[in-house]
Ligand binder design. Structure first.
Ligand SMILES: O=C(O)CCCC[C@@H]1SC[C@@H]2NC(=O)N[C@@H]21
Length: 266
């Protein structure tokens, strides 16, 4: 890992940071899912930062077994190999890290005021513009590698969305007043941000990522409804815990964390 790129102490010198991950990008045309393509590369020993982007996914997948709509030439459908030396319990932090990186890149390149809904959705205008899927491969009970899948709805028009996504999905094109996104520029920015933040994380731990995530969150301060084994429950989102779980405060002031799952902001 390029620790020599990080200035010490404090935050790294961003201006002098040169991304190497941009040179490890494989561009493909049509694939079932870039997650599978990245896994093949990881199994063959590809170094971390190796990325696969496809023009189209015929079987793009989201969290919880959902399909991910990935029409040809319209988005950034990309998966990146990560090989952190990390306890399994901390892998959710990587999802949050990826969210911060993509949110930063989107704001910088397009000016669209994206925000992060815990844990991994990027929203603009209250609708989803990006989803992140982190899949872990285990070996001998530990993390062997992780694949960070990033789906950014860049240049989709309203007509590109099937009926079931019309109300919930949007794109950078729509939210940016009809200005098409340069997908190559945004891809490079995402990889540079991701590499930078990942180096920072390995060097300094979760705290800097946590603070950035909290500053970009559209979840904090909101009343949240979430599903538990006992049914639905509610609380006010007040912060992230040290593992990346969402801290919720109930009416009595008690704080508990949720580590995974889906929330609704009410
Ligand atoms: O919000 C979600 O449910 C996560 C969506 C992740 C989609 C991306 S697109 C690139 C990569 N390949 C996939 O099949 N899924 C991820």
């Amino acid at each position: 890992m390029n620790h020599d790129k990080l200035a010490e102490p404090g935050l790294p010198a961003r201006d002098s940071f040169v991304s190497g991950w941009q040179d490890r990008l494989h561009l493909l045309d049509s694939v079932v899912s870039t997650q599978e393509e990245a896994k093949k590369l990881a199994e063959a020993g590809a170094p971390e930062g190796t990325a696969v982007r496809a023009e189209e996914q015929t079987g793009g997948r989201g969290r919880m077994g959902r399909k991910w709509h990935s029409p040809k030439g319209k988005g950034i459908w990309m998966s990146i190999v990560l090989r952190p030396d990390l306890p399994l319990a901390l892998t959710p932090q990587l999802t949050l890290l990826a969210g911060v990186a993509v949110c930063t890149a989107i704001r910088e390149v397009t000016g669209v005021p994206a925000g992060i809904k815990w844990p991994n959705d990027l929203l603009a205008g209250g609708r989803k513009i990006c989803g992140i899927l982190l899949e872990s491969c285990l070996r001998e009970g530990g993390l062997h590698y992780a694949i960070a899948g990033i789906g950014i709805s860049a240049n989709l028009t309203p007509e590109d969305y099937p009926d079931y996504l019309q109300e919930v999905g949007t794109s950078l094109l729509i939210e940016g007043g009809g200005i098409p996104v340069d997908r190559e520029q945004l891809t490079r920015a995402v990889l540079a941000e991701l590499e930078y933040l990942y180096c920072l994380y390995l060097d300094q731990g979760f705290q800097p990522v946590k603070e950035l995530w909290e500053s970009m969150s559209v979840t904090l301060g909101r009343q949240i409804s979430f599903r538990t084994a006992q049914g639905r429950s509610e609380g006010k989102a007040v912060g992230l815990d040290e593992n990346g779980g969402l801290q919720l405060q109930d009416e009595a002031g008690n704080i508990t964390s949720i580590l995974s799952g889906e929330i609704e902001m009410i």
